[in-house]
Design a protein around this ligand. Structure first.
Ligand code: ZN
Length: 156
């Protein structure tokens, strides 16, 4: 294992063991549920958009494999404080990374790059993508609503 792979493994383990933004957002304006039946992963996402369309608060709860939970934690950390359009663009960038194995050059992914290696394991891509598809679903209704998504039924 290279030094970089070791670092990435440690980032993912850290987010799995100590998830960021775990729990609930009081008075959340948007929420969605995501499931990946193939692996048994489930994510419930809550967020609040402020008057400027920025993600003022975001939290997740759920269970599943280390990749799905670490990806949820990393995703919430990345999009918190960004505006909804930027968050949706990041969903697209993340999906590109899951196909190409590298983040798009313009993406400033930071620790999220720890998930790039998942692209080599197609079955696990659904695990890593779950939180992102759920975020996309939560933001799909700009007025705020709850929604559900399964990565098993939706292609990348
Ligand atoms: Zn999984």
């Amino acid at each position: 294992m290279s030094d970089l792979e070791e670092l990435y493994r440690e980032i993912l383990l850290d987010h799995y063991r100590s998830p960021r933004n775990a729990g609930h957002v009081p008075g959340a304006t948007h929420s969605a549920d995501g499931a990946n039946p193939l692996c048994g992963d489930a994510v419930h996402l809550e967020l609040t958009l402020d008057g400027d369309g920025r993600i003022a608060g975001i939290a997740f709860s759920g269970h599943g494999c280390s990749i799905s939970q670490a990806s949820s934690s990393l995703m919430t950390e990345y999009v918190k404080g960004r505006d909804a359009d930027a968050a949706l663009a990041a969903v697209g960038d993340f999906q590109r990374m899951m196909i190409e194995g590298d983040p798009p050059p313009a993406a400033d992914f930071g620790d999220l790059e720890a998930l790039a290696g998942v692209a080599k394991f197609p079955v696990r891509v659904k695990c890593a993508s779950l939180a992102w598809k759920t975020l996309e679903q939560a933001l799909a209704d700009k007025r705020g609503a709850s929604a559900a998504v399964t990565t098993d039924e939706r292609s990348l």
